[in-house]
Write a protein that binds this ligand. Structure first.
Ligand code: SAH
Length: 213
């Protein structure tokens, strides 16, 4: 598959739809205009890649809906060179959006099959996250902490303490919390012990899997 003028046109329209839905961060909208989402999907979904919908990516997982990716990305308030941890690499689309925002990205995937596939895809496409890790996102990545922000892209039944602990002061954790349905939750670290919490509407994610070991 290639990236063509037609695909770019569809991405511009998608960015307009996201703007209508309340995504106002220009850098995020520009990232949506830039990242060729159709290349992150199975070719049979190519025609649907620029609809504002989630799609299956194998291993029972989905690539998040563009609105959700944009909404979470906007909440992170990424600045160039920020150190960002992503839990749930999946297709790598969210990773690519963070890279477009010029973040230094560390991303963790729990499923070996997806980890391998997406890692290869990053190499093929020339996307360069700092690290792509096969591991358990509940633990975060203590050896690289602290982070400017952490994004969880699967539904967490509870907020894992290690993720809060791995934020810089002023750092932001964006995490959908809940089982059947999730409340998008933002934590901002105010000091070593204080966190400000905001709940920002309901979403639906695949579950953040608990450790199989
Ligand atoms: N950011 C992805 C969204 C994929 S869906 C994208 O843009 O495509 C969520 C992903 O989280 C799935 O790939 C799933 O395998 C992964 N996941 C689930 N539980 C996890 C865990 N405990 N640690 C890391 N990744 C996990």
């Amino acid at each position: 598959m290639k990236d063509t003028f037609k695909h770019r046109g569809m991405r511009n329209k998608l960015a307009d739809i996201l703007l209508d839905k309340g995504i106002v961060d220009t850098a995020v909208l520009n990232a949506v205009r830039a990242v060729p989402r159709h290349l992150f999907l199975d070719s049979s979904f190519e025609d649907h890649a620029y609809q504002d919908k989630a799609f299956p990516i194998g291993a029972d997982q989905t690539i998040s809906q563009p609105y959700t990716v944009a909404f979470q990305s906007q909440l992170l308030q990424v600045e160039p060179n920020h150190k960002v941890l992503e839990i749930g690499t999946g297709s790598g689309y969210q990773t690519a959006v963070l890279l477009k925002l010029k973040a230094r990205v560390y991303t963790i995937e729990r499923q070996l099959e997806l980890f391998k596939k997406t890692n290869l895809f990053f190499k093929k496409m020339g996307y360069r996250p700092k690290k792509v890790i096969f591991g358990d996102g509940y633990k975060g990545l203590p050896e690289e902490a602290p982070f400017d922000s952490i994004i969880v892209t699967a539904g967490a039944p509870f907020v894992p303490n290690p993720l809060l602990a791995q934020l810089k002061i002023g750092g932001r954790l964006v995490i959908p919390v809940g089982t059947d349905e999730q409340i998008m939750t933002l934590f901002v670290r105010k000091s070593a012990k204080e966190f400000e919490k905001k709940e920002l509407g309901s979403f639906r994610f695949v579950p953040l899997l608990e450790d199989k070991n």
